[in-house]
Design a protein around this ligand. Structure first.
Ligand SMILES: *Cc1c(COP(=O)(O)O)cnc(C)c1O
Length: 397
């Protein structure tokens, strides 16, 4: 196979003239920080997922911080989450002074197994944070049943879920808190950004105050015509408000959500056809209606060969790849501070040892998919990889 000379990255934002014009219009408008464009984004986002409240923040990480603070989560509290997530989920739990508690995942979906969550619930458990992976919906109903029965809150890490539908309804429409990310590699982007959806008025008000110094009103509301510049602060808050110059991009991106997810789905399906039947390569499961997969990433797992070597060889072919995710219980500070060790969550560790994500972004071509699939086939079939022994895949009990 002829190697390409240009680089095919893991991801590239899908931005057009409309996004550029929206930024320029905002820059010319005289108001660039949080204001009417952020409000428009929140209103449209709430409507698009079917939640009464949507609150924008500077990132999904900041958004999770606001939610945990508003819920009063702190030292002595336990939060159950997945070892297969981005480090930020666990970082925020730790930064709030709470204790992260993990349960093992399903190897194929890479998501928490509700029956394993239940055994981790203690009187100290304040919340469960399921992590939807790759754009596939987490199977929420069994988890919500457990959480309701045990009186524990559910906070969705829906960073991968822009465009994801669970049982016919968008993630975020369910009556618990969900957090979405607009970071540069996510399905929609505004460079950075996050949105919280929720259904409780009082909690929404609290999160809004914590987002902006603890103030009741944004600068825009106080400084606009008829506003009152005075303020008081009843509780210290952060500076996590999303500027309008970014929200302007988000409004345009949101209007393109369907087009973007359709394109991602077509590319993912092309990968699944082109990579079918390669011995030792596990492909990500697709979703079937009434679910819809958002295809944020295309993660494969290499069983028969070593993952890091495949990554290095793909790089020789000019192909970038991602790693979603190193298991969080084995991150150094998490291991040292909370006493986790290898062997604690075997399926998560298998995912962590075997997963890599192939390039996936709307402006990729079908020829790019064929090139990547051809390279994977050539590398795995070429017999030049060191055949390191990998423990056999355990079946689900
Ligand atoms: C990207 C990501 C986050 C963090 O999102 P930011 O907007 O970058 O803060 C959280 N969780 C998961 C699973 C992610 O992939």
């Amino acid at each position: 196979m002829q190697k390409r000379t240009d680089f095919l990255p893991l991801s590239r934002p899908c931005l057009g003239e409309a996004e550029i014009e929206a930024v320029v219009a905002c820059l010319r408008s005289g108001w660039i920080t949080t204001g009417p464009r952020c409000q428009e984004l929140e209103t449209r986002f709430a409507a698009s997922v079917g939640a009464p409240h949507a609150i924008a923040a500077t990132s999904a990480t900041a958004a999770l911080h606001l939610v945990l603070l508003a819920l009063g989560i702190g030292p002595g509290d336990e939060i159950i989450t997945s070892p297969i997530t981005f480090a930020s989920t666990v970082n925020i739990i730790a930064l709030c002074g709470a204790t992260p508690v993990f349960a093992d995942v399903d190897y194929h979906t890479m998501m928490l197994r509700p029956e394993l969550i239940e055994e981790r619930i203690t009187p100290r458990t304040k919340a469960i944070i399921p992590v939807h992976i790759a754009g596939a919906p987490f199977d929420l109903d069994p988890l919500l049943a457990i959480a309701d029965r045990r009186g524990v809150r559910v906070i969705d890490d829906a960073a991968h879920c822009l465009g994801t539908v669970y049982k016919g309804k968008p993630v975020g429409s369910h009556p618990h808190v969900a957090i979405f990310s607009f970071q540069a590699t996510k399905n929609l982007t505004m460079a950075e950004g996050g949105i919280i959806t929720l259904h409780e008025d009082e909690l929404a008000g609290h999160i809004r105050r914590l987002r902006f110094h603890g103030l009741e009103k944004l600068a825009w509301e106080r400084q606009a015509k008829g506003g009152r510049p005075h303020y008081d602060v009843s509780e210290p808050g952060f500076k996590y408000n999303l500027p309008d110059v970014m929200a302007a991009i988000g409004v345009v991106q949101l209007s393109r959500l369907d087009e973007i997810v359709r394109r991602r789905t077509a590319l993912a399906e092309a990968y699944s056809r082109a990579l079918a039947g390669i011995d030792g390569l596990d492909l990500p499961p697709a979703s079937t209606p009434p679910d819809r997969h958002g295809w944020h990433i295309y993660p494969v797992k290499v069983r028969a060969r070593e993952r890091d070597e495949l990554m290095a060889r793909l790089s020789e072919y000019g192909i970038g790849c991602g790693y979603h995710f190193p298991a969080c219980h084995l991150l150094r500070y998490v291991r040292e501070r909370y006493g986790f060790k290898r062997g604690d969550f075997p399926a998560a560790e298998q995912v962590s040892d075997r997963a890599l994500s192939l390039p996936l972004f709307p402006d990729m071509t079908a020829a790019d998919v064929d090139y990547v699939a051809g390279a994977v086939r050539e590398i795995l079939g070429g017999g030049r990889m060191s055949a390191l022994p990998v423990p056999p895949l355990e079946d689900k009990p």
